[in-house]
Write a new protein. Structure first.
Length: 135
């Protein structure tokens, strides 16, 4: 599974917001810190806002911040908000497959999906902050 720049950059932006705690962070500050264009970042944060993970405030002291504490937002939530489904195989995402009953690989994809979900949903933005501090 190859994550898009949308997922990678969006997670970096969410990390920046998590580090700021409850303070609003301006787009330009995140863009400069993470090497992401302001225009692209605006699109990513717009997606996260629509999914209820971040909120924005206009004005001089405005910017973006998380809607919940970093320990309550998983990496999986952020990535799914940006990418949509994070399914390892289409047959696991409700797509019909004529071989579903006799598929020899389905169990492999199910186990892979369980592992992916376990990592993504088992790690929070707070965990990312802690990992970054530990080096």
């Amino acid at each position: 599974m190859l994550l898009s720049t949308k997922a990678r950059y969006g997670l970096k932006a969410a990390f920046e917001l998590a580090q700021a705690g409850n303070a609003y962070v301006q787009l330009g500050d995140i863009a400069a810190s993470q090497g992401i264009s302001v225009a692209y970042l605006e699109k990513l944060l717009g997606k996260l806002r629509r999914e209820g993970l971040v909120e924005g405030q206009r004005g001089t002291h405005g910017g973006y911040r998380l809607t919940r504490p970093p320990q309550d937002i998983t990496v999986g939530e952020v990535l799914r908000a940006l990418e949509g489904s994070m399914t390892a195989a289409a047959c696991l995402d409700g797509h019909a497959c004529e071989m579903a009953q006799a598929c020899v690989t389905r169990r492999v994809w199910e186990k892979l999906q369980k592992g992916i979900d376990g990592v993504l949903d088992g790690m929070t933005l707070e965990d990312m902050i802690r990992d970054a501090e530990e080096g």
